[in-house]
Design a protein around this ligand. Structure first.
Ligand SMILES: Cc1cc2nc3c(=O)[nH]c(=O)nc-3n(C[C@H](O)[C@H](O)[C@H](O)COP(=O)(O)OP(=O)(O)OC[C@H]3O[C@@H](n4cnc5c(N)ncnc54)[C@H](O)[C@@H]3O)c2cc1C
Length: 485
């Protein structure tokens, strides 16, 4: 039976596994490899990070779902890909090392006919000395990290209650970070929590970001049509920051995090220090550590993976100036150019370039956001590649691959600005296309009728509803496939 190995059980890999199983209904051997035993609805980690949800509310064990769906599961991490096999094993295979406590450290060669790489990001705390929970700042990237942040925040709130002044810095911990949206959400959730607990007055809340302007969010900002007028994500975020009394420091690259002191460089080359009592700074992302080998054993990692560790797919990776970036640069099928049976989806594929305008300080430090690949496009890519593989298994290698370019895809994202059924709020953002197309849509590069932003209580209710819907879908409960990605 044809075997499809999926590396990663996050938003893109898990979506691919469920759709492929549904399409092929037992006529394909699907094996998912993931070092974590749990699935995590990462967007709700923000609420874990302010103590409003527990780790158990945002995660569930994968093994029972895969057992019910007859999908193979290895709690293990992939360490190398052998897309041509080797002198002993003719079939392509992946080397995996078990993280399952009952088999920890055991190795296995997993052969495949098709491979989907959906390994998401490596949280690269090491890029900034002192960054991260093993250093001097917190994170909300995993449910465990978010729990630690909540506990640290609680200590700060107790001190505020005792009348002490505190500085809370939330943002990104390197000039090349992505995921500014998550940092934005955590900032406003913390600010909301401080108000609810009656200690806002004594807290200085700082948003520290590599964005050139507020509202850039790694997508070059957005222009919205609202009540017949044009407004921008910049104006909108600036007014939110002003209204909530948040101090924003932009165009910043964090160089080092010492206990209680952040050292950062600004885009003009100047260097600064910022004292803090609590800091949640997201790390930059790179691809997970995986090697690749040809059948004679020689290392082909640099052919398969871009220097940032993400897998090269059908994108145009030629280096071009910003003015020449085009929607066509972005991948459509997510197929690896060198091996037709290998695909990469979600954060694991190498983007051709950023979306926001690239910028460097006079010292040569890159200070501009990397391109985000949020949940919705990651899920859509996972489903699209699953359907392409199903087509190829049924019809043979001539079956046309399906496409899901971020340049032809819209995205919806709801950024929480504080939780609570009556007091909560969230910014509901839609955009089309994700990659600006200035030929089709002169000016902002996006269709104003399909790009919108709205902040309010109803956004919070939608975000909460999506939390339950996406966990229901990921558990593959009755009718799960009717819920869109
Ligand atoms: C705090 C936070 C909040 C966010 N909020 C939002 C939001 O509100 N809306 C939104 O759209 N997006 C949000 N995002 C982004 C969203 O989480 C990502 O777009 C999405 O998770 C990407 O899916 P993925 O499958 O590529 O990666 P992931 O979901 O990260 O999954 C990667 C998988 O690969 C596994 N893996 C890692 N290494 C290996 C290995 N060596 N071998 C095998 N498997 C491996 C991991 O264990 C995991 O199962 C947020 C992100 C963060 C960090």
């Amino acid at each position: 039976m044809t075997r499809v190995v999926i590396l990663g059980a996050g938003i893109s890999g898990h979506t691919a596994a469920l759709h492929l199983q549904r399409q092929m209904n037992g006529k394909v051997d699907i094996v998912v490899v993931s070092p974590n035993s749990n699935w995590n609805w990462i967007p709700s980690n923000i609420w874990v990070g302010v103590g409003k949800m527990t780790k158990d509310q945002v995660t569930f064990p994968l093994a029972p779902v895969y057992k019910r769906k007859h999908i193979g599961f290895r709690q293990a991490k992939a360490v190398s890909i052998h897309p041509e096999g080797n002198v002993i094993q003719q079939q392509p295979f992946v080397d995996i090392v078990y993280t399952d406590p009952s088999r920890a450290g055991e190795e296995e060669q997993l052969t495949y006919d098709y491979l989907i790489v959906a390994t998401g990001p490596k949280l690269n705390f090491a890029a900034t000395p002192g960054l991260g929970p093993d250093g001097n700042s917190w994170s909300v990237c995993t449910a465990g990290h978010a729990e630690q942040s909540a506990a640290a925040l609680e200590t700060i709130i107790e001190a505020l209650k005792a009348g002490e002044r505190k500085t809370l810095v939330i943002g990104v911990g390197h000039g090349t970070c992505t995921c500014e949206g998550a940092a934005f959400e955590y900032t406003f959730n913390v600010e909301h929590e401080l108000r609810e607990r009656g200690v806002r007055e004594l807290a200085d809340v700082v948003y520290l970001s590599n964005e050139y302007d507020l509202g850039d969010l790694g997508v070059g900002g957005m222009t919205f049509a609202q009540n017949g007028f044009e407004t921008s994500s910049k104006m909108w975020t600036e007014s939110l920051v002003r209204e909530r009394g948040v101090r924003a420091i932009l165009r910043a690259h964090v160089e080092k995090v010492d206990p209680g002191l952040i050292h950062y460089e600004e885009l003009d080359g100047s260097k600064h220090e910022l004292a803090f009592d609590f800091a949640m700074l997201l790390p930059p992302f790179r691809g997970v550590d995986m090697k690749a080998y040809a059948n004679d054993g020689h290392d082909i990692t640099d052919d398969l993976f871009a220097p940032n560790g993400f897998l090269r797919v059908d994108a145009d990776y030629e280096t071009k100036p910003y003015e020449q970036w085009a929607p066509e640069d972005w991948p459509k099928t997510y197929q690896c150019p060198r091996y037709a049976n290998v695909f990469a989806v979600g954060i694991a594929f190498a983007p051709p370039h950023a979306i926001s305008e690239p910028r460097k300080s006079p010292n040569g430090t890159v200070i501009s956001p990397a391109p985000p690949r949020t949940g919705m496009p990651s899920g859509v890519m996972g489903r699209t590649v699953a359907l392409s593989i199903a087509d190829r298994i049924r019809q043979g290698d001539q079956a046309t691959l399906r496409t899901a370019s971020m340049a032809a895809m819209g995205a919806a994202c709801i950024a929480s600005a504080g939780t609570g059924l009556r007091q909560g709020s969230a910014a509901a953002i839609t955009m089309y296309p994700i990659i600006p197309d200035r030929q089709r849509f002169p000016g902002s590069g996006r269709d104003l009728s399909q790009t919108s932003g709205e902040i309010g209580l109803s956004g919070h209710w939608t975000k909460l509803l999506l939390h339950y819907l996406f966990i229901y879908k990921a558990k593959a409960r009755f009718g799960w496939f009717l819920i869109p990605e």
